[in-house]
Design a protein around this ligand. Structure first.
Ligand code: GP9
Ligand code: MN
Length: 429
C-alpha cells in the first residue's frame, strides 16, 4: 500500500547526494545516446593481444579530454543480466534477487523511467534500438511501461544472408540501420542502442575478424576479444557517422558495459588474462568492473576514480541535464556528486566500497587487495554500516518493484505513463 513508501522515502532522503555545480545542466538540450556495450568489461580497455589493442576506438574515447571516464565502475546485475542493467539505467531500481524484473513486472508495474521523465520534463523524443526479437526480456512490454515512444527491434532491420550472428543483427549492420532511423527522430532525442554481437559464446563470422584470439586455452574465453574488437569497430563506425552528419556536436554519448563476459567459473583463464598465477575473491570482485564513459564536446573530462555502478547512472544523467532528482524514487547516487558514499552493492549482497570490499564472503582492503582475516572492533563497525546500507538499498528497491509502489507515488509535474498509447509494429516491406 501507499504506506510502504514511507521507509523508502526516508532512506532515499537521508542518502541523497546533491548535484555537482561544475556539471549541473551542462548537457541540457543535447541528444542523449545510451550506448550499451554488450558484455564488455573494463579490463579490455588498453589491453593488447599480440601487440594489438582490443578496443582502439573506445581507448581513444577513454583518454579523450572530452570524456569523463570512470575506472571504478561496476556492473550490478543478477539473473536478469542485460535486462537488469536496463532496469538500473532507466529507473535507478535494482533487478530482482531472482529472475528478471523486466520480465516479471515490466508489463504491469508503474514506472517513472528515464524516457518518460525526459519527454515530459524536457520534451525529448525517445527510442530504443536492438537487433534481437522484440519479446526478448519482455522489452516490447517493458519499454511501453518506461514510456519509450519507439522501439526499433530486429523486425525493423533487413535480414539477409549472414546479417545475423548469435542473438541478432550484427553490430556493424545494426548501428548502420539505427543511424538511418535516428536521422528521422525529432531532436533533442534520448536513444538507447543495445549491441549484441559480443555475447557468449562469442561467435563471429570469419569475414568479420582478423583479430587474434586470447591464448588462455579456455575455448569459451579465447574468442571474447575477437567479438569485443568487432564491437569496438562498430562503435568507431558509428562515431564517424555522427561526426560526418554533425550529430556528434549536439549530443552526449553515454557508454557502458552491461555485465561480465567471462564468468567466475573461468578462474584459470581470468588469472592468465590478469597475468597472475591464481585469482582471489578480491581479483574476481575487481573483474566485475565495466566501462562507463560520458563524452561530449567541451565536457571537462578525465578519469574519475569514484566507486560506483549501474544504479548510479540515471541520477548522473539527471544532474547533467539539470533535472533535480531529490524527490525521485531512485536508489543510486549521482557519480559526479562530491557527497557520494562510494558503496557499490552487488545483487547478491556482496559489495565494493572505497575502503573495504566483500566478495564471496571474504573481506579485503579495496586499495591493496589485502585480505582482512581478523577484524578490529572499529573495522567491524564500519563494515556493518556498509552492509546495512547495501542490504537496505537492495531490499527497499525490491519492495518498490514487488509491491508496484510507484503506482502510489505522486511525482510533482509527472503524468503516469499510458502504456496503451504505444505500438511498436514494423511495417515490413
Ligand atoms: C538479447 C540480449 C542478451 O536480446 O540483450 O541478453 P543477456 O543474455 O546478455 O542478458
Ligand atoms: Mn547482456
Amino acid at each position: 500500500s501507499a504506506k510502504d513508501l514511507a521507509p523508502v522515502e526516508k532512506f532515499l532522503k537521508s542518502n541523497y547526494a546533491s548535484p555537482n555545480i561544475q556539471y549541473e545542466g551542462v548537457a541540457k538540450g543535447k541528444n542523449i545516446f545510451i550506448i550499451h556495450l554488450e558484455s564488455l568489461q573494463q579490463w579490455v580497455i588498453d589491453y593488447k593481444v599480440d601487440g594489438q589493442e582490443v578496443t582502439p576506438n573506445l581507448n581513444k574515447l577513454y583518454h579523450s579530454s572530452d570524456t569523463l571516464a570512470f575506472d571504478n565502475f561496476f556492473h550490478e546485475v543478477g539473473q536478469g543480466k542485460t535486462s537488469d542493467a536496463e532496469m538500473m539505467l532507466e529507473n535507478s531500481l535494482f533487478g530482482l534477487p531472482e529472475g528478471s524484473a523486466m520480465t516479471i513486472d515490466g508489463t504491469t508495474n508503474t514506472f517513472q523511467a528515464a524516457p518518460a521523465l525526459l519527454e515530459q520534463k524536457l520534451g525529448y523524443s525517445t527510442a530504443a534500438f536492438h537487433g534481437d526479437v522484440p519479446s526478448f526480456w519482455n522489452r516490447d512490454n517493458a519499454y511501453k511501461s518506461f514510456g519509450y515512444q519507439y522501439f526499433f527491434s530486429k523486425d525493423f532491420f533487413p535480414t539477409v544472408k549472414d546479417s545475423d550472428v548469435g542473438y541478432g543483427t550484427k553490430d556493424k549492420l545494426f548501428l548502420k540501420y539505427t543511424a538511418e532511423y535516428l536521422q528521422q527522430l525529432p531532436q533533442p532525442f534520448y536513444a538507447k542502442l543495445i549491441t549484441v554481437t559480443n555475447h557468449y559464446p562469442y561467435i563471429i563470422h570469419s569475414e568479420d575478424t582478423d583479430f587474434p584470439k586470447l591464448s588462455t586455452g579456455d575455448d569459451t574465453v579465447d574468442p571474447y576479444v575477437q567479438t569485443a574488437h568487432y564491437l569496438d569497430q562498430s562503435i568507431g563506425e558509428l562515431l564517424n557517422y555522427l561526426d560526418k552528419t554533425g550529430l556528434r556536436k549536439n549530443s552526449v554519448l553515454i557508454l557502458y558495459g552491461d555485465h561480465y563476459g567471462i564468468s567466475d567459473n573461468h578462474k584459470a583463464a581470468i588469472a592468465k588474462i590478469l597475468g597472475k598465477k591464481s585469482v582471489t575473491n578480491y581479483d574476481l570482485a575487481m573483474f566485475q568492473k565495466v566501462p562507463f564513459m560520458i563524452n561530449m564536446e567541451g565536457l571537462k573530462g578525465g578519469i574519475d576514480h569514484t566507486y560506483g555502478g549501474e544504479i548510479d547512472v540515471l541520477p548522473t544523467i539527471e544532474d547533467l541535464l539539470g533535472i533535480s532528482s531529490d524527490k525521485y524514487i531512485q536508489f543510486g547516487q549521482d557519480l559526479l556528486s562530491t557527497k557520494r558514499n562510494q558503496i557499490v552493492p552487488f545483487r547478491d549482497g556482496d559489495w565494493v566500497s572505497k575502503t573495504y570490499t566483500k566478495y564471496g564472503g571474504d573481506y579485503y582492503y579495496t586499495a591493496t587487495g589485502k585480505q582482512i582475516t581478523k577484524m578490529t572492533a572499529s573495522q567491524k563497525k564500519q563494515i556493518d554500516k556498509i552492509q546495512k546500507y547495501v542490504t537496505t538499498d537492495l531490499a527497499l528497491s525490491d519492495k518498490v518493484i514487488n509491491g508496484d509502489l510507484l503506482r502510489f507515488y505522486k511525482l510533482p509535474g509527472f503524468t503516469k505513463v499510458n502504456k496503451s498509447s504505444y505500438t511498436y509494429n514494423a511495417q515490413k516491406s
